[in-house]
Design a protein around this ligand. Structure first.
Ligand SMILES: [Zn+2]
Length: 302
């Protein structure tokens, strides 16, 4: 250690690190680097007022945004086997889990309520929980959500934000791909609506299973959605990838996504879609006349 690192560096750090405001009051936009006031960001649904970048929304806020009057009932999810492989990298998987569990039981939250008066079950990923990775618990959660939707004859809305399968659970996490697909199929067999809202990021095993099977696939602006990362693809095919590759807008242009919906329009879009998908019959305007005629014909016959 020389004088530069010993003496000068701490002084520079002290100057740079000096903050006039507490950490939680200001948030730096990851896209344009503008400092955003937390309270203002909250009222703007965590969308940067400067560049329109959609910051990650935590599951509580997402659920409150989706459901009527922000009111919903959270579902307790089945407990999954913890650390079936006794996995250890730099840390034990059980320790990683324990730390993450300060946020909730696992990377998925499921709730039910009404959206535009239509019964709905929502399964929302928590990216802060081990990168929103899908292990056995998340798979179980998705199955529970789909079955609850079938039971309640409700629509299912899934909001993934995930790096993919949870590698610490090895093949067991890969098994969640077919399991979640079957869960969604159970819902489709009952002709109940299934809407996916792709948020940043939706990648790996999650993008390779239930997340691509929505009756309608929505995406948030700028969300990265894909299977392998752009750098890996670029290195494999040795070609420069096009501008905006794997972004929501690019996927919309190429037919992978039906709509890119800004967060401010999310609720009204969801209400409109559910109304269209859930209404089983058109409004019965002509029904009274028809019943009158049928009744008349019936009376004549007897
Ligand atoms: Zn910004």
């Amino acid at each position: 250690m020389n004088w530069l690192t010993k003496l000068v560096l701490p002084k520079i750090r002290a100057v740079v690190a000096k903050k006039d405001v507490p950490d939680n009051l200001w948030i730096k936009c990851p896209s344009c680097e503008q400092m955003l006031f937390h309270r203002e960001l909250e009222t703007n649904l965590f969308v940067c007022r400067n560049c329109g970048h959609h910051l990650r929304l935590n599951p509580n806020r997402r659920l409150a945004l989706l459901f009527d009057e922000g009111s919903y009932t959270e579902v307790e999810l089945p407990k999954a086997v913890v650390d079936p492989l006794r996995f250890r990298d730099r840390k034990r998987y059980t320790d990683r889990l324990k730390e993450a569990q300060a946020r909730g039981a696992d990377a998925l939250r499921v709730a039910h309520g009404k959206i535009g008066g239509v019964p709905a079950v929502a399964a929302v990923f928590d990216f802060e929980f081990l990168g929103g990775s899908m292990g056995v618990a998340v798979g179980e959660g998705l199955i529970a959500a789909a079955r609850l939707a079938v039971l309640q004859e409700a629509a299912l809305i899934v909001v993934p934000a995930s790096g993919g399968a949870r590698m610490q659970e090895g093949i067991l996490s890969l098994m969640q791909l077919p399991r979640t697909i079957i869960a969604v199929e159970e819902l489709k067999a009952k002709a109940l609506p299934y809407i996916v809202l792709l948020t940043d990021p939706t990648t790996g095993g999650v993008s390779a299973s239930f997340a691509m099977l929505g009756d309608i696939t929505l995406a948030e602006p700028g969300a990265v959605v894909g299977f392998a990362g752009a750098r890996v693809i670029e290195e494999t095919i040795r070609e420069k990838l096009p501008e905006g590759f794997q972004r929501a807008e690019y996927l919309l242009e190429h037919g992978m996504v039906d709509m890119v919906v800004p967060r401010a329009k999310l609720r009204e879009t969801m209400v409109r879609l559910l109304d269209l998908l859930y209404r089983k019959q058109p409004a019965p305007v002509v029904v009274p006349l028809l019943t009158a005629q049928v009744r008349g014909a019936g009376e004549g016959a007897t």
